[in-house]
Design a protein around this ligand. Structure first.
Ligand code: SF4
Length: 258
């Protein structure tokens, strides 16, 4: 097993962490963002990078914004965000948008208003850790009102122990991630699991696939996420004494991961 839980004893509750961070990055229906850009992922997608997350994944590529949300970004209204995303889509000839960077679900009111304002002919890919959707099934029901939404839940490891070691959060957060898949599936939202597998032995990946299959057979077919050694990721993992298998440097990401 590559993941040993070496993080300090004091684990945090990711739902409480979301509430705490929301006080920094949300103001009424405004949300902090640090960048708007066209991105090559998904064959071309307009991307708004938000600030603030409920987790602290050691492999996070936008770590600075996660740990210092007060120092990054500016507040934007839903109308400004939808306008910027739609503008990039029309200029670049894309057909999809996403909110990325940190965790989009932290500001529910803001997110739902952005969804209201993005034209329905544009696909909205919601990339999320799923914690808040797993915690409250009415969030999934709200998202079911948008026929252009597609949700990608990014699972942090293959079980509770790996999740906790990689994020520093209470192990039960992993169950919330799985619950999010169930809540969304039951609400009729198009959703699939992506799994960070670089820290997991193959038997743990297989066990997770079986577990996912009990929620929905289609979830056994996971999207594989592999470690990219952005910025200080390598050092953070070394300090935490967490080993890994497949990993890439940012300039050598294989095409299937893009
Ligand atoms: S959930 Fe995503 S944004 Fe949040 S810490 Fe983990 S990798 Fe970073």
């Amino acid at each position: 097993m590559k993941v040993k839980d070496n993080s300090p004893k004091g684990k945090y509750d990711p739902v409480k962490k979301a509430e705490e961070i929301a006080r920094v990055v949300c103001r009424d229906d405004l949300r902090k963002y640090y960048r708007f850009r066209p991105a090559r992922f998904y064959g071309g997608i307009a991307t708004a990078d938000c600030v603030g997350c409920s987790l602290r994944c050691l492999f996070c590529w936008s770590w600075h914004q996660v740990v210092n949300p007060d120092r990054y970004g500016k507040f934007y209204s839903p109308r400004q965000v939808a306008g910027k995303l739609t503008g990039i889509v029309r200029k670049k000839g894309f057909r999809q948008v996403r909110i990325s960077g940190n965790e989009p679900t932290i500001s529910r009111e803001h997110l739902l208003k952005v969804l209201d304002l993005v034209p329905r002919d544009i696909r909205f890919i919601l990339e999320t850790n799923g914690i808040l959707i797993g915690h409250d099934k009415t969030y999934a029901e709200d998202l079911a009102g948008y026929e252009n939404i597609y949700v990608r839940i990014s699972l942090k490891g293959c079980n509770e122990e790996e999740f906790s070691a990689l994020t520093g959060a209470e192990p039960g957060g992993f169950d919330l991630q799985l619950q999010a898949l169930e809540n969304l599936s039951r609400a009729g939202v198009k959703v699939h699991p992506a799994v960070m597998v670089s820290f997991s032995p193959p038997e743990n990946v297989k066990a997770l696939q079986r577990r996912l299959g009990t929620i929905d057979r289609e979830f056994e077919d996971i999207e594989v996420e592999e470690l990219v050694l952005y910025g200080n990721v390598e050092n953070r993992l070394k300090r935490a004494k967490i080993g890994y298998d497949a990993a890439y440097y940012p300039d050598c990401i294989p095409p299937e991961q893009v």
